[in-house]
Design a protein around this ligand. Structure first.
Ligand SMILES: [Zn+2]
Length: 288
């Protein structure tokens, strides 16, 4: 019996993403298909998006193009598959501020936005340090930080400091500081009876292989390659997530994981995007 419906909505993909970006130390192993997605949660009157994708029309689109991302589809079409309009979104929880997670904010004018205070501060620090620090800016569209300021003036931004339980009833956020980015956070959804938890990992865990390594029978953490923080902190945070879900890896939901559709019900839309249904609230109809 659940109070939350959760869908993972692919909105674009890179068929040529370097394997070393996803698995630390995987040098000279070529490229892989990497879906780009955001996660929709419906509960009560709240329509929550965890991350918002990017906008193909701005600098985020240029970054996407430069790393081989194709098939970008606007949020009205992506969310329309679940009967939601962008204007219906009440809460946006940002796991971190890389362009493909934050750049679509402008499509959700009615949403209150939640990001870790430390994430915003760290990007301001990186930007203030000038060109020699630009390797730390990989994946950032500085205009997205400007957009946060605009949303703040409009009273739509809330800076979260560390852990926040029941940000929306049953939806908690926890910090994963100094991991993929300085102020990354992940989301835990408690679907009703307290026993069923899902962890929405952001980019702290890109894929299930970050939890298991090459051999699922003898699992080994292999953290993502892209980290402004440390690989040790990435592993510690992945371990924390696994403990939250009682070591059941399938209850961790990484938004760049292609194999979600092998674990959960799914369908491919007219735009050839995969829609994955993680769970349904009582009375909610399936969209797959
Ligand atoms: Zn990222």
């Amino acid at each position: 019996m659940g109070a939350h419906s959760i869908w993972v909505l692919e909105y674009s993909r890179s068929p040529v993403h370097p394997v070393s970006g996803v698995f630390y130390g995987a040098h000279n192993q070529g490229t892989m298909n990497l879906p780009f997605a955001y996660i929709l949660i419906k509960t009560g009157d709240a329509v929550v998006l965890v991350d918002v994708g990017h906008d193909a029309a701005d600098f985020g689109g240029q970054i996407a193009h430069s790393i081989g991302v194709t098939g970008w589809t606007p949020p009205d079409i992506v969310l329309g598959e679940c009967g939601i309009r962008p204007a219906d979104v009440t809460h946006v929880i940002l796991t971190h501020a890389h362009f493909d997670h934050i750049g679509g904010l402008k499509f959700f004018p009615n949403a209150k936005i939640f990001i870790q205070k430390k994430e915003l501060e760290s990007w301001m620090w990186i930007l203030a340090n000038g060109r020699r620090f630009r390797s730390l800016q990989a994946g950032l569209n500085p205009a997205d930080i400007l957009y946060l300021t605009k949303a703040n003036i409009e009273g739509r931004l809330e800076l979260v400091e560390g852990e926040r339980e029941n940000l929306v009833p049953g939806i908690h956020v926890y910090p994963a500081f100094d991991t993929h980015t300085a102020g990354s956070q992940y989301v835990v959804v408690e679907t009703g009876d307290g026993a069923d938890k899902y962890v929405l990992s952001g980019d702290v865990v890109y894929t299930y292989s970050n939890l298991t390594g090459g051999d699922a029978n003898d699992p080994c953490f292999v953290p993502p390659g892209l980290a402004n923080g440390s690989q040790t902190r990435l592993i510690e945070s992945a371990d924390e997530m696994l403990k939250i879900v009682g070591m059941d890896e399938r209850r961790i939901v990484p938004m760049h994981e292609e194999k979600l559709s092998e674990i959960y019900p799914s369908r491919v839309t007219d735009r050839e995007l995969t829609l994955v249904e993680i769970c349904l609230a009582d009375g909610e109809r399936s969209r797959v």
